[in-house]
Each structure stands twice: as C-alpha cells, then as structure tokens.
Design a protein around this ligand. Sequence first.
Ligand SMILES: C[C@@H](O)[C@H](NC(=O)OP(=O)(O)OC[C@H]1O[C@@H](n2cnc3c(N)ncnc32)[C@H](O)[C@@H]1O)C(=O)O
Ligand SMILES: Nc1ncnc2c1ncn2[C@@H]1O[C@H](COP(=O)(O)OP(=O)(O)OP(=O)(O)O)[C@@H](O)[C@H]1O
Ligand SMILES: [Fe+2]
Length: 533
Amino acid sequence: MRIVGIEGTAWAASAALYDAETDDVVIESDPYEPDSGGIHPREAAEHMGSAIPEVVSTILDHAASTASEDGDGLDVDAVAFSRGPGLGPCLRIVGTAARALAQTLSVPLVGVNHMVAHLEIGRHRSGFESPVCLNASGANAHLLGYHDGRYRILGETMDTGVGNAIDKFTRHLGWSHPGGPKVERRAKDGEYHDLPYVVKGMDFSFSGIMSAAKDAVDDGVPVEDVCAGLQETIFAMLTEVAERALSLTGTDELVLGGGVGQNERLREMLASMCEQRGADFYAPEPRFLRDNAGMIAVLGAKMYAAGDTVEIPDSSVDPNFRPDEVAVTWRGGDESVVRDPTASGTIRGAEATVTIESDRVIKRRVPKAYRHPALDDRLRAERTRAEARLTSAARRVGVPTPVVYDVDPAEGTLLFQRVGDDDLAAALSEERCRAVGRHLAAVHDAGFVHGDPTTRNVRVDGERTYLIDFGLGYHTGHVEDHAMDLHVFKQSVAGTAADAEPLLDAVESGYAAVGDGAVLNRLREIEGRGRYQ
Ligand SMILES: C[C@@H](O)[C@H](NC(=O)OP(=O)(O)OC[C@H]1O[C@@H](n2cnc3c(N)ncnc32)[C@H](O)[C@@H]1O)C(=O)O
Ligand SMILES: Nc1ncnc2c1ncn2[C@@H]1O[C@H](COP(=O)(O)OP(=O)(O)OP(=O)(O)O)[C@@H](O)[C@H]1O
Ligand SMILES: [Fe+2]
C-alpha cells in the first residue's frame, strides 16, 4: 500500500509518499519564513498556494519513478491530508489540493487530525503499544493517552502553545521567526536564571513566565541567562507533567511529538526522567517532529486500512479540530493507556517515593536529575513545606487528611499517618466523587487550593474519602484558581474512567452542595475555552 500525504496547517508546505510494505517515507517540504514578526496567516496562505503544487509534483514524480511495473499508473492507493487544527486559509488550500489529487488519481481521500499524526508517528516508529504522548509544538502543548476508543487530553496548556510562547519572547527581542532554535543556541552560553514555574495538576501555563522573561531582559539580565532559565523552567514543567501522566495512567512508555521536540535539552530532560523511573522514552527523528507530510501519510495509511476514508462533500477542514474529537478507527477499542498499578512496599509517585509501613508512610521528594539543581532544590523545599501546612489546614476545616507527624523541607521528607485502603483511581464511585467535590469546596472556602487533585491523590476506605498530596497547593481566593482545581480533578476522572459522565456530575453536585456557585460558572467557562492561540 502506498499513500500520498499533504501537510500545510501553518508554515510547512509538505508532501510525502509512504510505502507501508517497506515502511519508507519520502518527504518534500518548503517552509514559509516570515520576513519580520511571526506567522502572518495571509502570507502563509500565499506561500501554501505556490509551494503545495510544487512539493506535490516532486512527490508524484518520485511515485512515478518507483511505481511497481505490474501496478496501475503511480501505484498510489489514497491521498491523506491535514484537516486541522491550523490556520483556516492554509488548511483550505491543502484541502483543495488533496481533493483535486484524489479525483485525478481516482483514489479515496483520508482526512487526518494533525495533532494525532504528531502522536501516531512516534507510536509507529517506536513500536510502543499504548504510550502517553507529549505533543510540544508551536501552537499546542498537551498530553494524550488512548482510552476507550479516543485520545484523551490528560493535560494541556491553559494559554498558548509552547513554541508560540518562545517565539513571542524572541519577537520581543527583535529576533526572526522561528525563535525556538535561537533560544536553544543562546542558552548554551548562559547561566540559569530563576523564573516563575506554573503547573496545576497536569495543566500548565506560560503567560507568567513569558512576561517575567521579557522583564528580565528589559532589566538588563544577560539574554543568554534568560534563555537558559526559560528552557530550564519551561521544559522542566513539560517533563513534570509528562511524569505525572505516566504516574496517573500507570504506563511506562512515553513518546514525544511536535516541532519543539527538536530541542536537545527537552529530549535530554524527558529521557533522564524516564530513565530515573524505569520507563521507555522515544523521540522520532527531527524530520518527523516538525510539521511534515510524512506523519500525515503514515497515519493516513492506518486510517485507509481501517476503511476510514472521507467522501469529498464531507471533507471540509476544521481549524479547531481537537485530538479528542477523533473517532479512532485504527486501534482496538479495548486497548488503553491505563495500566494496573502494582502498588507494593515502595510506591513511586510522579514527584516522590512513598514507603508504606503498617500505620505510617514516609514520603521523600527525591532530587530529579532532569531539573537544574537550583530549580530542583527550590521546588522540593517549597512543596514539602506547602504539603505539611495545607494537609493540616484542610483537617482543621473538616476535610479528612492524614496526620502529619514530621517534616524536613531541606531533605524533602514528610512522615504521615497511613490512611485509606485504596486510591480512588482503583475504587471510583459516584458517592466518593461527590465527597471529593464537597472536600474541595471546603478547602476553597478556607482560602486555598489543593493544586493537584487527581484520582491518585484521594485515598478511600469503607466510609471515608481522604485528600492527600497537597504539595502543589497554595493560598488563593480567586474564583479562577478554585475552578481550575475542580477542572483538574474532573480531567483526571475523565481521562481514566470508562463511563465518566455520572462521576463528573457527582463531583459537581458535591461541590454545589457546599461551595460557591460562581466557581461552577467559571468552570463552565474554562471547559469551553478554545486553547489554540
Ligand atoms: C497546528 C500546526 O500548524 C502546529 N504546527 C507547529 O507548531 O509547527 P511545529 O513544526 O510542530 O513547531 C514549530 C515550533 O517549534 C519551535 N522549534 C523549532 N525548533 C526548536 C528548537 N530547537 N527548540 C525549541 N523550539 C523549537 C519553533 O520555534 C516553532 O514555535 C502545531 O502542531 O501545533
Ligand atoms: N498517607 C497515606 N496513606 C496511605 N497511602 C498513601 C499516603 N500517602 C501516599 N500514599 C500512597 O502513595 C501514593 C503516592 O503518594 P503521593 O501522591 O503523595 O506522591 P506523589 O509522588 O506526589 O504522587 P503524584 O505526584 O503522582 O500524585 C498515593 O497515590 C497513595 O497510594
Ligand atoms: Fe505541528
């Protein structure tokens, strides 16, 4: 089977030929490089208009010269194209080119989600079964895992994509687009500079760190140092949320996708994190990380083999096409990223190792080799201190939590009472989800957030539901922070439960019984926010 792929969501006009028998991928790309500023949608579309026919024609020449002799014409079975997400004017040009080619060749058309293609190329080339995927691209930053027939978004940026955040910083400096590779080069000559670090469960945001980075340069901090601080901070955030996703799902396979994945420091940090926790890590070669038609052709082949083609009248493009909207036809419905955790003796969480004894547990935030030592010391001490304080504060307002027997912030250790028989992840029920909703409302009412309420950070026994792991918590009265806390919990339920709806309703009804209605309204708004900026 041979598939032609066409890509052109933003900057890369690209065509490819994938031969499923030999697994060969030939890619021809022509990048759009803005003269000044960032990507201008109109200029990008003009580029697509002239460059797409040329790259397609090069690939068709290649198809003609390699067609099997007994085959018919070009020996191409289908045309796959990027349907979205991306810039509307660019997508429309790609869609038109793909439809015309499919009709000329009299072959079916396959409409591919670009973000799922970034993920599937890593899964395909690694041979991993059901990995967590970190997509670190220009316009996106999210964690995906397959469960119950769809790719679930386990965590994502709350504002811009990671590449766009870096590119905005370099525009402030007057550097040409794209900024990512330039920051990588300059960071090599810099010293680490402290910047804000923002992780909420498996979600994260870049706006605070980007304005702090711009201010630092304006205040005279050497630009190399800001670049080093920026990379160390942003990539540590991405590595931490990837580790949280591994811990939550129980899987031990991670793949990387997206243009920012070409950054060596990011790959090094992810590899180091996986090595430290005994997981397997795979990053495709750079030509498959940045936008390219090869990944579109490879996923196109899997979809075509599953009969997942699209008729021309139904093949419109979708600039906001989210990966969790894709009905996955090419994987088994019972495959899943979620594994049974084998909890015994010492548990390895995302942040800490926890040793369970008969009536007490010892939690130690181990130094993370992937993090810059200054950032690592800061985060471990801050979080250990916050965890001790807020675990006790929650108990004082009637939320069941373990008693804190001892704390040593410098060593990053805590000694707790042992509570519960199971993690909520292994014992989900509506009643327990309702209790978590009530507990979060009580915590918010007391003026702080949990910071990482997931189904693994709730312990349950017969009648009680305990909150644990307050390390990412902080004092705040903002409705937005309270709503985010609730959103993180709902996302962890939705990402791992088979029939999540009644559980999610129970969380909200528990919250509504005790908490502030304004928080639930804000939650609606957060859930409805489009995050492609
Ligand atoms: C929807 C689609 O159009 C979009 N595509 C996209 O963002 O292009 P991609 O090739 O995946 O990523 C480009 C980004 O990747 C960054 N980048 C490239 N090389 C880099 C490096 N060495 N270090 C850091 N960032 C790098 C660039 O600065 C730019 O922001 C997406 O996948 O989100
Ligand atoms: N007080 C406790 N009583 C019983 N079990 C506990 C207690 N504290 C932790 N555990 C167990 O250890 C696991 C990991 O603990 P914890 O969540 O505090 O670590 P972590 O590294 O911060 O994890 P993550 O960041 O992945 O949520 C919990 O999911 C739970 O199963
Ligand atoms: Fe991309």
